[in-house]
Design a protein around this ligand. Structure first.
Ligand SMILES: NC(=O)C1=CN([C@@H]2O[C@H](COP(=O)(O)OP(=O)(O)OC[C@H]3O[C@@H](n4cnc5c(N)ncnc54)[C@H](OP(=O)(O)O)[C@@H]3O)[C@@H](O)[C@H]2O)C=CC1
Ligand SMILES: Nc1nc(=O)c2c([nH]1)NC[C@@H]1CN(c3ccc(C(=O)N[C@@H](CCC(=O)O)C(=O)O)cc3)C=[N+]21
Length: 293
């Protein structure tokens, strides 16, 4: 029987520690507050913006969605971000991606004050993740590693096959894994024989966005697999990048839904706590200690 790396317990544990921190801030008269910029028209973005709101409520964090029409100008979004940067009652700013094609995404995300950039999207925070300096690192990579470590699997000294080197997950995850002392082989669309690399690895992380990409022939029975992929198939069904048949062939695997995504939402608010300490000049938390709840 293979082990299912479910995210729920991990998220619950993280939730308790965030709740305690929120109470700590409120005792100091700081009301943790985040604002999400949502350009209407992308159903997935609207769904995630709302689900983050539900989690925020459970945590006692104030959460506001600013809605914009699809025709919104780049300048309007940039000036909104600037206004939020200056507002001391706002501790975190999130922009739902993707933005409509007439908007240069980077020109908007770069406006976010790095101390309020809970998604870790800005150049300053991306760079911090590469060098290991103080910063806010992207939530999904932190969530993926947190999930793995929660179940007692350490990437340290292990050979990891990382499949997918995208901006949101794979690329930042590479740096987190190397800092965790893993030896990482990166596979992407240009890699001819991915199975060669997965079969030589101990742990597989996958974040591509292609259902059924990782098949039975690509795994062995000692593999631990963390699947961050999200694919919407037939109507509302969500699946990962790993063929479901693989689950029975490996030592452990994260399910989708119920795996990395569940932890990601909570990790965003853990990032907000990091942002708050940074803003209040109390020094950053140790971001490399993703295994510490
Ligand atoms: N669980 C969660 O909380 C989250 C999940 N996601 C999901 O993670 C996935 C990745 O997202 P993101 O980082 O934005 O990815 P991108 O779309 O930016 O990049 C995709 C990556 O996959 C690679 N790739 C494409 N086709 C193949 C293939 N056939 N074989 C191997 N590699 C391939 C690309 O290669 P190349 O570099 O050569 O083009 C690229 O590196 C998506 O499914 C997304 O929905 C995203 C955010 C949060
Ligand atoms: N800069 C940026 N950062 C992101 O973090 C980011 C992004 N862009 N673009 C879109 C994707 C998508 N994303 C998800 C977050 C949580 C769940 C989640 O909670 N999933 C649950 C529930 C799914 C369901 O309700 O069926 C699960 O997998 O179990 C999913 C997907 C973040 N994204």
């Amino acid at each position: 029987m293979s082990l299912s790396l479910r995210g729920r317990d991990v998220a619950e544990q993280l939730k308790s520690s965030i709740q305690a921190e929120v109470i700590g801030w409120k005792n100091q008269d700081v009301e943790p507050r985040v604002v999400t910029i949502l350009v209407e028209g992308d159903p997935a973005s609207e769904y995630y913006a709302k689900s983050k709101g539900r989690v925020a409520r459970q945590l006692g964090i104030e959460y506001e969605i600013l809605h914009f029409s699809r025709k919104v100008s780049e300048e309007a979004l940039r000036s909104t971000v600037q206004k939020l940067n200056r507002d001391d009652s706002v501790h975190g700013i999130m922009i739902e991606l993707p933005l409509p094609s007439h908007i240069n995404t980077l020109s908007v995300t770069e406006m976010i004050e790095p101390h309020k950039d809970v998604d870790g999207l800005t150049r300053a925070n991306r760079h911090a993740n590469i060098t290991g300096e103080q910063g806010i690192y992207p939530a999904t990579p932190l969530a993926a590693v947190r999930l793995l470590k929660h179940y007692g699997f350490s990437p340290s000294g292990k050979h990891v096959a990382l499949v997918g080197f995208g901006q949101t997950v794979g690329q930042p995850l590479f740096h987190v894994l190397v800092r965790e002392n893993a030896t990482v082989t990166v596979c992407h669309a240009g890699t001819p024989d991915i199975s060669r690399h997965t079969l030589a690895s101990d742990i597989i992380f996958v974040a591509v966005g292609k259902a059924g990409l990782i098949t039975e022939e690509m795994v062995h029975d000692r593999h631990v697999i963390v699947d961050a992929g999200i694919n919407q198939i037939s109507g509302n069904e969500i699946v990962g990048d790993v063929d479901p048949l693989v689950a029975g062939k490996v030592r452990a695997m994260s399910p989708t839904p119920g795996g990395v995504g569940t932890v990601t939402t909570m990790q965003l608010f853990a990032n907000l706590m990091t942002a708050l300490s940074w803003q209040q000049n109390l020094g950053l938390l140790d971001l490399t200690a993703v295994g510490m709840a």
